[in-house]
Ligand binder design. Structure first.
Ligand SMILES: Nc1ncnc2c1ncn2[C@@H]1O[C@H](COP(=O)(O)OP(=O)(O)OP(=O)(O)O)[C@@H](O)[C@H]1O
Ligand SMILES: O=c1ccn([C@@H]2O[C@H](COP(=O)(O)O)[C@@H](O)[C@H]2O)c(=O)[nH]1
Length: 240
């Protein structure tokens, strides 16, 4: 039997790209369903779970900016992409009987609730999974920053970043196969070395609020549950 979870309340950030599965674009329902199942296991073990899903499988504002377009409009499109992913994840959770609510930073009351710290707090305390959509609600940010912000607001014990690499490396492992992986590193070192696994604003916010960041591969089945219980492969970014 797995060791008891070491956390009371966590925020899981899932990279949008991870939802692609084998597809070039959009959402692979099998991936979403698997992640929903793992979130359900965490909830069953007594952990309160908040969820942020990126939008990289659908749209990133930088795509428009790099082509000479309006970054703000592109970022608005990116934020809407995160709402689409949140709706997909909400559906997958509900299909499995896991009660969840979507709180968007961008008001769209006919589709989901607008973010309120107090209402999200009540939902988490009742054992609901809360999905934070729309990032920070502002352009020039990313969902990593949105996740760090919500983790601080909700008093999360840790922010789990489920991505397509199994931790933090000395350089991007996709471009530098000889990069060295860290088991543990401080927020300050990540910033000083300019490691790009998360954006600097998110790492700084986590550092200032003493929130550990746990980077692991969401593509590895069951990794979230294992890492939550102190097993599996991950890099812990934390105070010394
Ligand atoms: N030093 C590093 N260590 C580990 N990964 C790194 C590092 N530098 C860059 N990366 C890259 O960072 C990426 C992690 O970001 P990710 O794909 O999760 O993007 P995101 O913006 O958080 O999500 P989305 O897919 O929704 O845009 C990995 O694909 C990895 O290749
Ligand atoms: O606070 C935010 C969060 C996100 N965006 C835009 O959305 C896309 C998708 O988010 P990822 O973090 O890249 O998955 C992002 O590229 C931005 O364009 C935003 O503007 N503000």
């Amino acid at each position: 039997m797995a060791a008891p979870a070491r956390f009371r309340r966590v925020l899981l950030k899932v990279s949008g790209e991870a939802l692609l599965g084998a597809q070039p674009f959009g959402i692979d329902e099998k991936v979403v369903d698997r992640i929903a199942g793992e979130v359900g296991q965490a909830v069953e073990s007594g952990v309160e779970v908040a969820l942020v899903v990126g939008g990289g499988n659908i749209f990133r504002g930088m795509t428009i900016a790099k082509a000479g377009g309006n970054r703000v409009a592109g970022d608005h499109m990116g934020m809407l992409a995160t709402v689409m992913n949140a709706i997909g994840m909400h559906e997958a959770l509900e299909r499995r009987g896991i009660s969840s609510r979507i709180f968007s930073a961008v008001p769209m009351p006919t589709i989901c609730e607008t973010f309120s710290q107090q209402r999200a707090e009540r939902a988490l305390k009742r054992g609901r999974v809360v999905l934070f959509a729309g990032g920070t609600g502002n352009p020039f940010f990313t969902t990593d920053s949105g996740a760090a912000l919500r983790a601080a607001e909700m008093g999360c014990d840790a922010l789990f970043k489920g991505t397509n690499v199994d931790g933090v490396y000395s350089a991007d492992p996709k471009k530098h196969p000889d990069a060295v992986r860290f088991d543990r590193i401080t927020h300050a070192e990540v910033l000083a070395r300019g490691l790009q696994v998360m954006d600097a604003a998110a790492v700084a916010l986590a550092r200032d609020n003493h929130i550990p960041l746990i980077v692991f591969s969401i593509q590895a089945p069951n990794a979230f549950v294992e890492v939550l219980h102190g097993q599996g492969r991950a890099t812990i970014i934390a105070d010394e």
